[in-house]
Design a protein around this ligand. Sequence first.
Ligand code: G3P
Length: 220
Amino acid sequence: MEFYLDTADVHAVRKLNRVLPIVGVTTNPSIIAKEKRPAFEVLAELQDIIGERGQLFAQTLSREAEQMVEEALQLREKFPSIVVKVPTTPEGIAAIKMLTEQHVPTLGTAVYGAGQGFLAALAGAKYVAPYVNRIDAQGGNGVETVRELQRLLDLHKPDSMVLAASFRTPRQALDCMLAGCRSITIGTDVAEFFLADPAVFAALDKFDADWNSAFSKLVF
Ligand code: G3P
């Protein structure tokens, strides 16, 4: 199972990387734009925090396949192990095919349907990212899309992975993992939800109180 943070907030990544078993960080143009700093500067800091073995993802900006390929190569020149996210449009799928021929690992992103994601995988994408919450928000079923896509990959393209993205709640993320997907990226808000159940701290307060009433000091 690969767990990623979907953010370019270096302070949040530093803090959560200390606690969570993440293997890397995913970004997209909106996420990087929020930082209001040069993209390569932000990406370099993220890579530094997650270490050279941490997996970084960044997305192309162009709409034309040839330009997407050029941008992908620029990203790879600066960050040799980066996985390039390519929107799964017809031009994007063409770019994924070209990049696969050049041995550049890609993630087909902005996936709203199992068939669309499956084609990106067949074109060579190492990962495909269905947008779970955005699918739900437009009246679809994000988890069901993940389940179908995972099944298609298991049957026909087992070397590609569903990397489920776009979550509002921990429940959506859990349901994707239960549907069999083996990689997932969550925003810092959802990560905090996973970690911040107030009942846990209430339980610890009770342990402290019981210990203190017996021994007066919270030490062995
Ligand atoms: O990278 C894709 C993902 O970040 C989209 O998430 O939360 O903007 O729907 P969201």
